[in-house]
Design a protein around this ligand. Structure first.
Ligand SMILES: Cc1cc2nc3c(=O)[nH]c(=O)nc-3n(C[C@H](O)[C@H](O)[C@H](O)COP(=O)(O)OP(=O)(O)OC[C@H]3O[C@@H](n4cnc5c(N)ncnc54)[C@H](O)[C@@H]3O)c2cc1C
Length: 431
């Protein structure tokens, strides 16, 4: 049998892994639980480091322009729309690659289309849930599969990649004592509305406080006739979490009337939040959840990737991007070590520690913390931000954040490709 890789989960991480393995000449198959791929979700950001990897995978600017648009600005504003803090994004910030704000579902469908086109129509087995795995004495493994009709089977391969999301069955088996999902008390309602984009036309805008916040950004170019773009918005409220999350599921579609009252007074001459929300009619409600880090993402021939490895708060807008980077780092390890457990160990050694730190860092308010200071000092409304927070204090607050971002720009621009063009996996063995 030729070395092959079984992937549990056909989300962004699983499909990016399949495309990467195909690029380096490794056969793979994806088992995806849902019966049908549908363009689910709302907006997500693809950071320049992930866009670089997509370009290296042959996913072009034209492809990405079909599912989103390059982000130009990140801005925190006061309740009267005046600037608190702004910074350019993507190419404008000096990266060699853009940042894209995309529709998660359309981007997901794009990846699926590419996998089917390149790896083949049988590459993604829909309606097949991975329930666990068995490790064999010869170092291989079998993924345990349950079909939608209840029938079960096993898929044997050299390696299993658990890319089955935050509720990962592969992770549950790997870390049976892991604590339950962690919820810090914030609830997000995410939706999309056709509206006129403001500021640069592609600005990420955040306003409010950590108790109550609104974030919005366009995920499409404006329509040539109407000037309206698809605006992705996230309305967020933090509530008492001492009794835990009461709803049965973690992700459900709700009527906007369920939460509109929290934002009923958020009307200014520059922004009408209730109108923005109301036009969407429905939204996705989900608590802001993550998982405590685990000490390793690997168990012999099995490794975790994407949210299964590191589900995190979206404060850094990097969950989807990190899943893509994971796939590329794994691919590079396979180029170097072959389809082997050593490759999984190299991948785990490189990412598990630092990304676990990021999970914990994302639990803080991050740059949004500046909104809380403005709220405490002036209730969020001001004419000149310098009167509320002197420039030196703003600079100091943002120093760590800006330093990290600045460092990342230079580091990313200077870094060699994770997988050099034309690289192939180290010798494929026949067993
Ligand atoms: C339906 C959906 C909508 C989302 N919407 C948003 C959004 O609007 N904004 C945002 O920021 N993030 C959203 N996310 C999360 C975001 O996509 C991820 O944080 C990020 O892309 C990391 O991707 P991932 O592939 O690791 O995980 P996911 O994108 O969660 O993909 C995991 C995949 O595995 C499948 N799966 C789960 N369990 C099994 C199993 N046992 N066997 C086989 N397959 C399994 C799931 O059906 C899914 O396709 C959404 C995720 C999903 C699944």
């Amino acid at each position: 049998m030729t070395d092959n890789v079984v992937i549990a989960g056909g989300g962004i991480g699983g499909l990016a892994t399949a495309l990467t393995l195909h690029q380096i000449g490794v056969p793979c198959i994806v088992f995806e639980a849902v019966r049908e791929m549908r363009p689910l979700g709302v907006g997500i950001n693809l950071q320049p480091n992930a866009v670089r990897e997509l370009y290296d995978l042959g996913i072009s600017e034209q492809d990405l322009d079909r599912v989103g648009l390059p982000a130009r600005e990140w801005a925190l504003v006061g309740l009267n729309g005046n600037d608190i803090y702004t910074e350019p994004r993507g190419l404008l910030a000096g990266y060699n690659w853009p940042q894209y704000a995309v529709h998660r579902g359309h981007f997901h469908m794009l990846l699926h289309e590419k996998v089917i086109e390149r790896v083949g129509p049988e590459a993604v087995r829909l309606g097949s849930r991975v329930t666990g795995y068995r490790k064999h004495a010869d170092g291989t493994m079998s993924a345990l599969i349950e079909e939608i009709d209840g029938s079960t089977s096993e898929a044997t391969g050299t390696l299993l990649i658990g890319a089955d999301g935050i509720h990962s069955a592969v992770r549950a088996q790997m870390h049976p004592a892991q604590p339950p999902i962690h919820w810090g008390g914030a609830v997000m309602w995410r939706g999309m509305t056709w509206a006129k984009p403001i500021r640069t036309g592609s600005s990420f805008v955040g306003l409010g406080t950590h108790r109550q916040r609104m974030v919005f950004y366009p995920i499409s170019q404006p329509n040539r006739q109407t000037g309206l773009a698809m605006i992705n918005w996230i309305a967020e409220v933090t509530m008492d979490n001492t009794e835990g999350w009461k709803q049965r599921g973690w992700f459900r579609q709700v009527s906007v009337d369920d939460f509109l009252h929290h934002f009923a007074n958020w009307v200014w001459d520059w922004l009408d939040v209730p109108a923005l929300i109301r036009q969407a009619k429905t939204a996705f409600e989900n608590p802001m959840i993550d998982r405590d880090p685990v000490p390793t993402w690997r168990d012999g021939p099995v490794a975790l990737l994407g949210d299964a490895a590191h589900a995190m708060y979206p404060t850094g807008s990097n969950g989807g991007s990190q899943a893509i980077v994971d796939a590329r780092v794994l691919g590079a390890a396979i180029v170097e070590h072959g389809v082997t457990q050593e490759a999984l160990a190299a991948y785990d050694n490189k990412l598990c520690g630092p990304i676990s730190q990021l999970i914990l860092r994302n639990r803080g308010a991050g740059p949004f913390g500046l909104l809380n200071i403005v709220d405490e000092r002036c209730g969020g409304t001001f004419d000149n931000i310098d009167d509320v927070i002197p420039p030196e204090e703003r600079a100091e607050f943002m120093a760590g954040y800006k330093a990290a971002a600045g460092f990342a720009i230079e580091k990313l621009n200077a870094a060699p490709q994770i997988i050099p063009n034309g690289a192939r996996a180290h010798t494929l063995q026949v067993i």
